[in-house]
Design a protein around this ligand. Structure first.
Ligand SMILES: Cc1cc2nc3c(=O)[nH]c(=O)nc-3n(C[C@H](O)[C@H](O)[C@H](O)COP(=O)(O)OP(=O)(O)OC[C@H]3O[C@@H](n4cnc5c(N)ncnc54)[C@H](O)[C@@H]3O)c2cc1C
Length: 403
């Protein structure tokens, strides 16, 4: 039943998944009046994540032990022909319970009376009120009408807020099962194949002999997933449960507009190499929280202000790295079966593993890429590759020049 009165808030956050809950938690430390609207009744559900996060997360947030399920020391990369390389080094990612992570920040944020969560309500319309001196946003759900000075779209890959702003993500389909199996509990496995060239197949050890096996690609997800399971000798019927979801594909979008910002998957803050978004969106949420406090102090919610204090700092930090992730992805997409094998051979023969071990960073690859590009063997490999497919050089230059 819709209430007649308009509820007024400083900020309205759409979506209470990781981006929405973490930002709410940060804002719960201020005096701002915040409303968070989430279409699902239960925070964290349905689960849509493989839960692998670089160790950097523990520098960004206080990660409670109960959320950590496992830790992997080796990344095994498997080529389409079945050849593989194993990389180990400084990076030892966490395997987390993603539902608990979302619930953790929700529980922290909820303790502040200035924050109101409306769960089980979907935002169905938005409009801008051009008032003086400051305009505001009206948000409607099936049950209520709300008004806020600032709107934050944390509403995922097919963002309603993004859609309102004509910002749309290109998307990959993802599916995953959890299953008891006999793989190594110490290794995350990435399986490359031209059929699912926009990402990879994965085996992520959750602990207690349970594995998260999944795949993401742009089409034929079911057929490709069955092929992957067959190649691993896994019977789909033995699954414990199944998850699915969408992953934004590309680079970071523009994310500051008059009275509105986008955060997380809605802003395309996702790594094109792995589909991982959590470290990126946590980094962006910290920038967003500071920007929001500055905007309320200055009473300025203009696109120019939000761009200067949110979008540009995001582009300088995660945006540049997301561009490198996308360039790497575009190169990998052009690899045929032999290219993967030749690359793995070079990595093994010329001890490139050592460079990757020392400089490898799941989130911020710039340093590793710089090191790799100084290596004559890698340059030779890339030149051969580009000479074979010269048209793609133009594409790479085009991507490099964007923002
Ligand atoms: C299968 C899969 C595996 C993944 N694995 C990893 C991984 O291992 N590591 C990693 O870092 N990342 C991973 N990701 C990506 C990661 O899950 C996302 O980057 C992250 O969930 C994005 O968080 P978000 O809060 O921006 O958006 P979402 O988690 O998509 O949340 C959006 C929220 O908004 C709500 N919402 C949407 N529209 C409305 C509306 N109109 N009204 C009200 N509420 C609305 C939704 O219900 C949802 O709760 C994976 C993604 C998938 C699909």
């Amino acid at each position: 039943m819709m209430t007649d009165s308009v509820e007024e808030f400083d900020i309205c956050i759409v979506g209470a998944s990781i981006a929405g809950n973490y930002l709410s938690h940060l804002l719960s430390k201020t005096d701002l009046k915040v409303v968070i609207i989430e279409e699902h009744e239960d925070i964290g559900l349905p689960l849509q994540c493989a839960g692998i996060i670089s160790q950097k997360i523990s520098k960004l947030i206080n990660l409670p032990n109960k959320i950590i399920k496992n830790r992997v020391r080796i990344a095994k990369l498997v080529s389409p022909t079945g050849n593989s390389i194993e990389l180990s080094g400084n990076e030892t990612p966490f395997i987390i319970d993603r539902v608990l992570l979302d619930k953790h920040f929700y529980a922290l944020a909820k303790t502040n009376d200035n924050l109101r969560f409306y769960l089980g309500e979907r935002v169905k319309s938005l409009s801008i009120n051009k008032e003086t001196p400051n305009q505001s946003i009206t948000i409607t759900t099936p049950r209520r009408i709300l008004k806020a000075k600032l709107l934050v779209g944390c509403d995922g890959p097919i963002s309603f807020v993004g859609n309102f702003l004509n910002i749309r993500n290109k998307l990959l389909y993802a599916t995953q099962i959890r299953i008891k199996a006999q793989f190594s509990e110490n290794k995350a496995v990435l399986i490359f194949n031209p059929r699912w060239k926009e990402l990879f197949g994965w085996i992520v050890p959750e602990g207690d002999k349970i594995f998260r096996i999944g795949i993401a690609c742009s089409s034929q997800i079911r057929e490709n997933f069955m092929l992957l399971l067959e190649s691993l000798n896994i019977d789909y019927q033995d699954r414990i449960d199944q998850q699915g979801g969408l992953i934004p594909y590309g680079m970071m979008n523009n994310c500051a507009f008059d009275n509105i910002i986008l955060l997380g998957d809605s802003a395309g803050q996702v790594k094109a190499t792995t589909g991982g978004g959590i470290v990126m969106l946590i980094t962006a949420a910290k920038i967003a929280s500071k920007c929001i406090q500055k905007a309320f102090n200055a009473k300025d919610f203009s696109k120019k202000f939000l761009k200067n204090h949110y979008e540009l700092p995001c582009k300088k930090s995660i945006g540049r790295e997301l561009k490198i992730h996308f360039l790497i992805r575009k190169i990998l997409e052009l690899f045929d079966k032999n290219d993967f094998d030749s690359f793995f051979k070079i990595v093994k023969e010329y001890q490139i593993e050592k460079i990757i071990s020392v400089y490898g960073d799941m989130d911020f690859p710039r340093e590793l890429v710089n090191k790799m590009l100084k290596n004559p063997i890698i340059i030779k490999f890339l030149l051969k590759f580009i000479i074979r497919k010269p048209i793609h050089l133009v594409k790479f230059l085009f991507i490099s020049l964007r923002f």
